[in-house]
Design a protein around this ligand. Structure first.
Ligand code: BJW
Ligand code: ZN
Length: 292
């Protein structure tokens, strides 16, 4: 009884906090720029939406399918254990798509902002994306929370290596078609990518954080440090539903940082933030980040 009362109380308090914040939400670009100009530390937290305009499908919503599978259902250790062949086909396909994609106006606006302001402010980009497009756009101070499509990790000796081979192994050539009529995947495990270290030869996996796996503690620590000291945070193209990233910006807003969200539609976290800029971030971000 006591516990459930506390729960109800917490819900009311958190709702009224969020509603108070919601009434203060703004889409005033000039006002947000004032905050940005005065900030000493800025964090830009990005998700799949920033790469959508580069032609890379997001995770949730209509584009979030590969064959008949929801993308998120293949990003699990269980899926890899059950069929390393299927999961490698999925990641091979995504490596090829991302390699052909180009950074868009959103990635470039962020990189340009860092280049022009990095001497006066600490600017950190924290991305949930694994496509490498922020780096290719020229962002330097980058934290990749969920890993990178072009890194592999040996399941036996745990060695992490960069790998941009296309295809990553012969058996994956002409595989990975997203067509939903393709069923099953039958590449023998011995033909999938393997560790080349002498005396190892373990099966390689994408160096990516799958559901149920912990984030790299060093990466998490770096992201936490940037989030806990920033004055201003831009949350770009993320649905804010995957933890721990989903709690970063709401926590920053709660301790007083100014947070602005850039998305084509509101998210569960929108009421927590001070500013909301609706629209494709390839359009909204350059307006906010470019000099007057
Ligand atoms: C645009 C746009 C345009 C489109 N312009 N915007 C606490 C509570 C409940 C659950 C958990 C919890 N803590 C941990 C969990 C479990 C789990 C989790 O969060 N589950 C939730 C789904 C409920 N988290 C984990 O397992 C994490 N591990 C962990 O915490 O370990 C400890 C632990 C484990 C278990 C229990 C408790 C503790 C690991 C998470 C790893 C996420 N991995 C993935 C896949 C790997 C990467 C890959 O293969 O590519 O990462 S999942 C997938 O979601 C991917 C993304 O990085 C991530 C976030 O998605 P994102 O970027 O937000 O994309 P979308 O598609 O969701 O949204 C796109 C947005 O863009 C939308 O809002 C659009 O509107 C917008 N948009 N076009 C602007 N042009
Ligand atoms: Zn190895």
């Amino acid at each position: 009884m006591f516990l459930s009362s506390i729960r109800v109380y917490n819900t009311i308090v958190s709702r009224s906090f969020r509603l108070t914040m919601a009434t203060r939400q703004s889409s005033d670009t000039a006002k947000f720029k004032e905050h940005l100009d005065g900030a000493k530390e800025v964090v830009i937290l990005s998700g799949a939406g920033i790469s959508a305009e580069s032609g890379i499908p997001t995770f949730r919503g209509a584009g979030g399918y590969w064959r008949k599978y929801q993308a998120a259902s293949l990003a699990t250790p269980e899926a890899f254990h059950t069929s390393p062949s299927l999961v490698w086909e999925f990641y091979h396909y995504r490596r090829e798509v991302a390699a052909k994609a180009q950074p868009n106006a959103g990635h470039l606006a962020i990189a340009d902002y860092e280049k022009k302001n990095g001497a006066n402010k600490k600017i950190t980009v924290i991305t949930q994306n694994v496509d490498g497009l922020h780096k290719r756009a020229g962002t330097n101070n980058l934290i990749e929370l969920h890993g990178n499509l072009y890194k592999t990790r040996c399941t036996k000796c745990k060695e992490v290596l960069e790998n941009t081979d296309s295809p990553i192994c012969e058996a994956l050539a002409n595989r990975g078609a997203p067509d939903s009529n393709v069923v099953g995947s039958d590449i023998p495990v011995k033909s999938l990518p393997h560790c080349r270290k002498p005396n190892c030869g373990g099966l390689l996996r994408p160096h990516i954080v799958w559901f149920g796996e912990g984030l790299d503690p060093i990466v998490l620590e770096q992201a936490g440090a940037a989030m806990s000291s920033c004055d201003v945070c831009l949350v770009v193209g993320t649905s804010s539903v995957v933890y721990p990233a989903a709690m970063f910006a709401p926590q920053a807003a709660q301790r007083g940082a100014i947070v602005a969200e850039f998305n084509i539609e509101p998210t569960p976290a929108t009421p927590d933030f001070h500013f909301y800029f609706e629209g494709p971030c390839g359009t909204t971000l350059p307006k906010v980040l470019s000099a007057n």
